[in-house]
Design a protein. Sequence first.
Length: 92
Amino acid sequence: MANAAPFKSHVTFVDGQDRPNDRYLRLHFQWCLSVSVCGGDPTEDFEEQEIGLFMEELGLYDDTMDLSDPKWNTQLGREVRAALAREEVNMF
């Protein structure tokens, strides 16, 4: 373990009633792996035409995007939003 990276200073371990739910942590970990390790590309789960129609429907192409639309809470919406955020980060 000499080569192991140290924990970040903001990482804390909470035990007791304030501890995060184990099921939540497992699901969050699974989601993180599917997005980060697998590339997080929506085309892995959805057809490009479906993604394009989704983006057009939500106004991504004409700058009328409404982030409060409930469709962003669907699996496709979350994946598209994450992909857009990654693209924005990579632009700088």
